[in-house]
Each structure stands twice: as structure tokens, then as C-alpha cells.
Design a protein around this ligand. Structure first.
Ligand SMILES: CC(C)(COP(=O)(O)OP(=O)(O)OC[C@H]1O[C@@H](n2cnc3c(N)ncnc32)[C@H](O)[C@@H]1OP(=O)(O)O)[C@@H](O)C(=O)NCCC(=O)NCCS
Length: 139
């Protein structure tokens, strides 16, 4: 597999990125939303196979104490090939000096992050605006 990692997002990438989100059922990610959240991220990773975007991920970091990883998404037709692992490893390599890296995993994908070295946070807390997400993720 001819796999390439890109660390920037260009306007021309947004439609293909939307297709990646849509392939896994994340329909809220319009091209405007994708542009906003990636513009606001310190670390951006796009994975291309044969010049097509098939996976993505991003992180926000203060560079010293804390960082958070978001939106690790691999197109449904390209899953189970180690692509998400490569995205997370690429992000973690850039965060190797940062004390704490957070991730809130989506339901059912906890084991994937455990395999990348993450563990449950004893004192983790969050608040969601959306009631469904509140009910799914909070005690
Ligand atoms: C979760 C997701 C990113 C995994 O992508 P992927 O490219 O298929 O994952 P990889 O092939 O890199 O998997 C790496 C390892 O994790 C394991 N793994 C992946 N997803 C898993 C899951 N849901 N449960 C248990 N193990 C999982 C793989 O079997 C593999 O194990 P191995 O190293 O022993 O072979 C992908 O399923 C996805 O895009 N899901 C929808 C979006 C989403 O919910 N993302 C998470 C946001 S927090």
C-alpha cells in the first residue's frame, strides 16, 4: 500500500476529508466545520493512499503540560490495516515532550487506544451540550 502522511490541510482536501467522516457515519462534519476544527488544531495528520485521503487525526497542545487528541477517523473501506495506529503514533511522536495527552474515545474503541498505551483516567470529567452525548459518555 502506497501510504503518505501529510501534516497540513489544504482547501482542496476538505471534500475528501468529509467523505472519510461520512463513511463512518459522522454526518455533522461539513467542509466548513472540518476547516474550523483543523485550523484550530496544532497537529494535523492526513493519511493518503494512492493520493486519496483515507484517514485523519488532529491534536491541540500547549506544548508542555497538556494535549488532547481528536477525530482519529479511518475510512470504513480502509480500516483494520494499521492506518489509525500510524496516525496516533505520528501524533504522539510530536507530543513526546508533553506531560499528559488526553483522549475521549468513542464507544467501542477503548481497546484500540489501550493498545496505543492509553489508560483510563481516574478523575476524568467532562460536560456536553448535547443530551445524547451526555447520556452516552457521562456517569
Ligand atoms: C477506531 C478506528 C479509528 C480504528 O481504525 P483502524 O485503522 O481500523 O485501526 P488499526 O487497524 O490501526 O488498529 C490497530 C490495532 O487496534 C485494534 N483495534 C482497532 N479498532 C478496535 C476496536 N474497536 N476494538 C478493539 N481493537 C481495535 C486492531 O485490531 C489493531 O490491533 P493489532 O495491533 O493487535 O493488530 C476506526 O475504526 C474508525 O475510524 N472508527 C470510526 C471513528 C471513531 O470512532 N474513531 C475514534 C475516535 S475517538
Amino acid at each position: 500500500m502506497d501510504l503518505e502522511i501529510q501534516e497540513e490541510v489544504f482547501i482542496d482536501d476538505l471534500e475528501e476529508m468529509k467523505e472519510v467522516y461520512q463513511s463512518v457515519g459522522w454526518m455533522m462534519h461539513s467542509t466548513d466545520v472540518i476547516k474550523q476544527v483543523f485550523d484550530a488544531s496544532d497537529i494535523k495528520v492526513l493519511v493518503k493512499v494512492n493520493n486519496r485521503i483515507v484517514g485523519l487525526g488532529r491534536a491541540i497542545s500547549d506544548g508542555i503540560f497538556n494535549a488532547a487528541i481528536y477525530d482519529i477517523v479511518v475510512h470504513k473501506d480502509f480500516q483494520k490495516k494499521g492506518i489509525a495506529r500510524q496516525i496516533v503514533n505520528h501524533i504522539l511522536e510530536q507530543l513526546k515532550e508533553v506531560s499528559c495527552v488526553h483522549i475521549i474515545t468513542t464507544t467501542g474503541n477503548e481497546e484500540f487506544y489501550r493498545k496505543q498505551g492509553f489508560r483510563k483516567v481516574k478523575t476524568g470529567m467532562a460536560r456536553y451540550l448535547n443530551n445524547e452525548l451526555h447520556n452516552e459518555y457521562l456517569e
